[in-house]
Design a binder for this molecule. Structure first.
Ligand code: ADP
Ligand code: MG
Length: 468
């Protein structure tokens, strides 16, 4: 019977739609007056009801006569069970939701509630595991100026997923500033507030892998449907979608479906939407529908409290001056801040000795060195002369005008600090001076920086520019 229906349907719609919406249907049961079909998802069911009910009705009436009934069984797809975010749980009474209604009385509403859900043996239900890390919660996500907006937006979303204007919520910020942690915290918060909601966390990388796999296995539709049935979708590091047009396309469909149905979407990225390259415009414009909240570099106090919190959780004590030393020197990445602390603890327990400032210096140096960019004397001269709005030639010239001399000395000082070049080599590159001139410059800068406030500001500004 179903075969006949199919061939009738096939003759009446375009091949693509036939393939997408009718081939995945499985006939499960036939009586004199009713045909039960199994569809892959609720979304699928809604789509059929909305677009193809007439066609289905005609096809079925031809086969079974007037008054024929069509019964849907919705299967939470388990074909994908090899894929990551699934942990299959087959409850003792295998169950699926089922709805039953006459094709003569199709449901009018756009997203009909399924009526008479009951249990059909033999169809498995798949429970979606959220993939959340419970230790990444709001309590462990310390608040500071750098994250206040993002954190409170996240809390608002956790209290009312899908019910705020923060949909999607896009969290962006540099590496190691807490995007993943905050994204999990929102998911964990939602699970606490609404245990029945399905929350799914996925990294963009894994999403892409799964997508490619689904294309290979010819289960692309199942892939998309799977993501469309969650209440809350969290996708981490979406900048990694860059240049992956077909993954973006799949995500676009998922996003639209979720958004239209008032489900919450949370995204993270290491770039602002405007700076994301190779991401389709239609996606970028959708990201702007909600809220973009930035995670900035934490200030000194926040860094100190993050360290103290970590020590407290690990049950370790550390002298205040060492905590301050680490917080002062590792500024731009909380992961590294924590890494340095872990490394310190490991060193001291391994060697059975106190954590002292010497050890702290050594360890911090490793972290800072690794993140330092290679910088050339040329770049330094360019940055310094730009800062004082002069040409590099002026900076190198023989003139003794005070502000030019100062600029030249600063260039020498930074060259000594930030490159491995010798005094002599620095001298020869900055206007053909000798090594004694460079040494004198370094001393002068050090002296002035500690006595002259304005001059110290120059030093700090330029350092910041050089570190970029
Ligand atoms: P990102 O995803 O932005 O690269 P992560 O979320 O992985 O950064 O954070 C790096 C580390 O810093 C994690 O161990 C995280 O727990 C910690 N961290 C980040 N922000 C905070 C914060 N506000 N309070 C406490 N720990 C934080
Ligand atoms: Mg991350």
């Amino acid at each position: 019977v179903w075969e006949n229906c199919l061939s009738f349907i096939q003759d009446n719609i375009n091949p693509q739609a036939y393939k997408t919406w009718f081939l995945p249907i499985k006939p499960v049961k036939l009586t004199d007056t009713a045909l039960s079909i199994q569809v892959p998802s609720r979304f699928f069911y809604e789509w059929l009801e909305e677009h193809y009910i007439k066609l289905l009705k005609t096809a079925l009436t031809r086969e079974l006569g007037e008054g024929a009934k069509l019964i849907y069984a919705i299967k939470v797809e388990n074909k994908l069970k090899g894929m990551e975010p699934f942990t299959e749980k087959i409850p003792s009474s295998n169950r699926a939701i089922k709805s039953s209604q006459s094709v003569d009385a199709p449901v009018k509403s756009k997203s009909p509630e399924l009526k008479n859900p009951f249990i059909i043996p033999g169809i498995r239900n798949v429970k979606i595991e959220s993939q959340l890390n419970p230790t990444y919660n709001f309590d462990s996500f310390l608040e500071g100026d750098s994250n206040r907006l993002a954190r409170s937006a996240g809390m608002a979303v956790a209290n009312k997923p899908g019910g705020t204007s923060f949909n999607p919520l896009l969290i962006f910020g540099g590496v190691g500033l807490g995007k993943t942690h905050l994204a999990h915290a929102i998911g964990v918060g939602i699970k606490e507030n609404y245990p029945d909601k399905t929350v799914l966390y996925i990294s963009s990388e894994k999403f892409t892998q799964q997508y490619i796999e689904s294309v290979r296995k010819n289960t692309r539709n199942d892939f998309i449907h799977f993501y469309q049935i969650v209440d809350v979708l969290i996708v981490d590091d979406i900048q990694l979608f860059a240049g992956k047009a077909s993954t973006q396309d799949a995500f676009f469909h998922i996003f639209n479906h979720l958004h239209q149905n008032g489900r919450q979407v949370i995204l993270t990225s290491d770039k602002k939407p405007v700076d994301m390259q190779d991401i389709e415009q239609r996606l970028l414009s959708r990201f702007k529908w909600g809220l973009s909240a930035e995670l900035n570099q934490p200030d000194f106090e926040t860094r100190v409290s993050i360290i103290k919190n970590k020590l407290y959780r690990d049950g370790v004590e550390m002298e205040e001056k060492i905590v301050n030393y680490v917080a002062e020197n590792i500024k731009s990445n909380i992961r590294e801040l924590e890494g340095a602390i872990i490394s310190l603890i490991a060193h001291s327990s391994f060697n059975r000795k106190e954590i002292d400032l010497d050890l702290a210096k050594k360890i911090v140096e490793n972290y800072v060195k690794n993140t330092k960019k290679e910088i050339s004397i040329e770049q330094i001269q360019k940055t310094v002369s730009d800062y004082f709005s002069m040409d590099v030639e002026t900076l190198q010239s023989k003139t003794r005008k005070r502000h030019i001399v100062q600029a030249r000395q600063l260039a020498m000082y930074f060259s000594k600090q930030m490159t491995k070049a010798s005094l002599a080599s620095i001298g020869s590159q900055i206007g053909k001076r000798d090594h004694a001139t460079v040494l004198h410059a370094c001393k002068t800068v050090n002296n002035l920086a500690s006595t002259d406030k304005q001059f110290n500001k120059y030093v700090e500004d330029i350092r910041e520019k050089l570190m970029g």
